[in-house]
Design a protein around this ligand. Structure first.
Ligand code: UD2
Length: 321
């Protein structure tokens, strides 16, 4: 197997990709700056027979990033400062982390002769335009700074394929959830946040009427998409963008109900104002990824929720009163 670099290896999705690669016997280097990643996610990756070659590095440091790319053939670029509302509050920090970081990585990859980069793009690129399900051929209409940064990263990826021949592949993630998603930040993804709040007996707040929908996607499906996209032949994937989702839409009210049932939480939610920069609905057509590299999500919404709740219960058992 080629030498692989995972950026954001201590983060939610990056740590799962890294772990899966190591379990398959790959030689993996990982980098993280711990701004949103967690050291506890690294511990299992540094133990065991196939140990991660870990580099503490911030992608805003171009020289360190270039060094981390040396000798690497394939990169999974997961490092980012996620969250739409965080980017609305502080667009500058998001911009440098997401866009300058991605540019530095591309430059490092170019200098090192990296063959392929799989890039974590975002479904938020579609914005609020009409037309469902979302297809990759639709015109992007990002609203908040975060989707603009992620989309600009996609264009950079495409450029580096067309101009420099690096086989870049953009995977537009649709609301990935599951174990290891940080639950206790104001900017946490809704699933993790609601789970911990209910476990603590706190009433979650739904922004808006709760009828907004998301194509919530369990993390294992996203990991499989990454590995398949890395292995696919270049003529099928290079320079292209793919939705990574389940192809199902679930509202927040429905999500709240199922989580409440799983956690035996009996209070109603609090309804608050709509979040700035929020998207009303999100639903993907996943046929392009299916056709190009055989993507086939195996874990559905409810099974994903069950696994997620079981994990948080175990992980946070001592932290919950
Ligand atoms: C966007 C992207 C997603 C990913 C993510 C990274 C879309 C459709 N999705 O996720 O693919 O890139 O950004 O951060 O753009 N909410 C509440 N109460 C809370 C927290 C959230 O009601 O306490 C609502 C929120 O207003 C939104 C929904 O839950 O309508 C999902 O919010 P989120 O922050 O989990 O993810 P989202 O959709 O911004």
């Amino acid at each position: 197997m080629p030498k692989i670099l995972v950026t954001g290896c201590a983060g939610f999705i990056g740590s799962w990709i890294t772990q899966t690669l190591l379990e398959r016997g790959a030689t993996v280097r990982g980098l993280d700056n711990f701004e949103t990643g967690l050291r506890e996610n690294l511990d299992p990756l540094l133990a065991g027979p196939h140990r991660l070659d870990f580099v503490e590095c911030d992608l805003r440091d171009a020289d360190a990033t270039a060094r981390a790319c040396e000798g690497v053939e394939v990169i999974f670029h997961q490092a980012a400062r996620p969250s739409v509302p965080r980017s609305v509050k502080d667009p500058g920090t998001s911009h440098t982390a997401n866009l300058d970081g991605t540019f530095n990585l591309l430059e490092g990859a170019r200098a090192a002769g990296v063959r392929r980069i799989i890039y974590a793009a975002s479904s938020s690129a579609y914005g609020n335009q009409p037309g469902f399900p979302r297809r990759e051929t639709m015109m992007p209409m990002p609203i908040a700074p975060y989707p603009v940064q992620k989309l600009a990263g996609e264009f950079y990826m495409k450029s580096y394929w067309q101009v420099y021949g690096i086989e870049t592949v953009c995977l537009r993630y649709f609301n990935i959830f599951g174990p290891r998603q940080v639950p206790n930040s104001p900017y946490s993804g809704v699933m993790a946040k609601f789970t911990l709040q209910m476990m603590r007996g706190e009433r979650p707040t739904i922004h808006g009427d709760g009828e907004q929908g998301r194509d919530f996607t369990y993390v294992e499906n996203a990991v499989s998409a990454n590995l398949l996209a890395a292995e696919a032949s270049a003529d099928k994937v290079a320079g292209r963008v793919f939705n990574v989702a389940c192809g199902d839409r679930h509202t927040l009210n429905e999500t709240f109900r199922i989580l409440a049932q799983l956690l035996d939480f009996r209070e109603p939610p609090i309804y608050g104002p709509t979040r700035e920069g929020d998207i009303q609905n999100s639903l993907a057509d996943i046929s392009a990824a299916r056709e190009a590299f055989g993507y086939d999500p195996q874990v559905g919404f409810e099974e994903g929720l069950r696994r997620t709740v079981a994990w948080y219960r175990q992980q946070y058992a001592t932290a919950v009163p």
